[in-house]
Design a protein around this ligand. Structure first.
Ligand SMILES: Nc1ncnc2c1ncn2[C@@H]1O[C@H](COP(=O)(O)OP(=O)(O)O)[C@@H](O)[C@H]1O
Ligand SMILES: [Mg+2]
Length: 162
């Protein structure tokens, strides 16, 4: 399955935020981004960039006790943080896939409830590789997420040449 992966290293939080802003250019309603990685690895920073790129005016919170944040931008942005999810059933009750169909859904700690997400999603694995370095590994799991990944790949290549 060629082309289904993309690895990007960022050297500052601003670079991670910018990556989120780039993604914002290509996302569509119904897109699902699942963000995996330890606390402090930059998941919320990416979502903050996504929000900015979507023209969301208010700040995106990184408080882990908010299960679902909803933001109005060019598209609706749903930001879920499942860190404090008590049981997977709690995620089923949120019915994220139904509720968030009219916007973009970005989820931190999706591993708390894998089964509630659609098969086709963009998976982003965050690794801490230095005090201010993070490695983001993007994987597409279907047709739509592959399109999104390709757009991001072209975008980041263009930047590397500029
Ligand atoms: N390259 C980087 N990308 C993103 N965040 C970084 C980076 N370098 C340092 N940081 C810091 O790491 C922290 C990431 O926080 P956050 O995004 O809330 O993590 P998470 O949501 O994964 O728990 C922030 O304090 C941010 O300033
Ligand atoms: Mg977070």
């Amino acid at each position: 399955m060629t082309g289904a992966h993309l690895v990007i290293e960022t050297a500052t939080p601003a670079q991670t935020r910018r990556l989120g802003e780039k993604l914002a250019r290509y996302v569509r309603p119904g897109d699902v981004l699942l963000l995996l990685g330890e606390l402090g690895s930059g998941k919320t920073v990416l979502v903050q960039g996504l929000a900015r790129g979507l023209g969301v005016k208010e700040g995106v919170s990184s408080k882990s006790f908010v299960l679902l944040g909803e933001y109005e931008g060019r598209l609706k942005l749903y930001h879920a943080d499942l860190y404090r999810l008590a049981t997977p059933e709690e995620a089923e009750e949120l019915a994220l896939d139904e509720y968030c169909r009219d916007g973009v859904l970005a989820v931190e700690w999706p591993d708390r409830a894998w089964h509630v997400f659609p098969d086709d999603h963009l998976l982003v694995r965050f690794e801490v590789t230095g005090a201010s370095r993070r490695r983001l590994s993007f994987s597409a799991t279907g047709e739509r997420s592959r399109q999104l990944l390709e757009a991001l790949r072209l975008e980041t290549k263009a930047r590397a040449r500029a």
